[in-house]
Design a protein around this ligand. Structure first.
Ligand code: KIV
Length: 267
């Protein structure tokens, strides 16, 4: 068990105090150690490892065993930050499978699991949280559904989509989710969800009106292969060291200097 560091209770207090939460992904002990000493609040072992570590073009092929391996590596480098792990594609299609998958990630060292979707995963969220597994929801652009969504596109543009996201966010909270990630949705919608929510809402491509920000570590270090999404900022360019880059990200999130208006989506 790590020494007292960032807890769910602390993250909820940060929301109440309007103190922005800084989150980044990591996939190994070395980078986890860097993020931890630079003051990151939450480290996400994202299934984006399918893209940035494995070189695949989606997160769909990532397995629970691969996630558990990277969670164990990140655990060894993390002392202070809260460690969150993604349940990968179709590893939580019913409650039994969700419990088995979450067990592997929690026993590898995760302190919270993240899963994608709204109405379709409410039973899984309720079962996990009843059993003492903290859950983070993920709405908006959900990369595991890239084929269903016909690509990586901004979500929540139409009134119907907006209504569905508002209902899904409320339902996830009622089901017991402790936190919510919203990805690639218009600023105004993210701001509305954040105001209506009793749990911290962390955005990626969702503007500045949320309780915190998350980015993929490789993007923050300018290692994005191919097209760079508008919500990404390279914090390494112009920094003297990796520590400076990560501290720069934490500081920019804390002071509301990231994201800027050109780094998010209007209606
Ligand atoms: O897998 C991941 O890295 C994520 C973040 C982009 C939120 O889910």
């Amino acid at each position: 068990m790590k020494s007292p560091g960032v807890t769910i209770r602390k993250l909820h207090q940060m929301k109440r105090d309007r103190q922005p939460i800084a989150m980044l992904t990591a996939y190994d002990a070395g980078f986890a150690r860097l993020l931890d000493r630079c003051g990151i609040d939450c480290i996400l072992v994202g299934d984006s490892l399918g893209n940035v570590i494995q070189g695949r073009d989606s997160t769909v092929p990532v397995t629970v065993a691969e996630m558990a391996y990277h969670v164990a590596c990140v655990r060894r480098g993390t002392e202070r930050a809260l460690l969150i792990a993604d349940l990968p594609f179709l590893s939580y299609s019913d409650t039994g499978q969700a419990i088995r998958s979450a067990k592997r990630l929690m026993q590898a060292g995760a302190e919270m699991v993240k899963l994608e979707g709204g109405a379709a995963v409410l039973e899984q969220v309720a079962a996990l949280s009843r059993l003492g597994v903290p859950v983070c929801g993920h709405l908006g652009l959900t990369p595991q559904s890239v084929h269903h969504l016909s690509g990586y596109r901004v979500q929540g543009r139409t009134p119907d989509e907006q209504q569905r996201l508002i209902e899904d966010a409320a339902a996830l909270e009622r089901a017991g989710a402790s936190m919510l990630v919203v990805e690639c949705i218009p600023d105004a919608l993210a701001r509305h969800l954040t105001g209506a929510s009793g749990i911290p809402v962390i955005g990626i491509g969702a503007g500045a009106g949320v309780d915190g920000q998350v980015l993929v570590l490789y993007d923050v270090l300018g290692l994005y292969a191919g097209h760079t999404p508008r919500f990404v900022r390279d914090f390494l360019s112009g920094s003297a060291s990796l520590d400076d880059a990560i501290e720069g990200y934490v500081e920019a999130v804390r002071r509301g200097r990231f994201p800027g208006s050109g780094e998010s989506f209007g209606d």
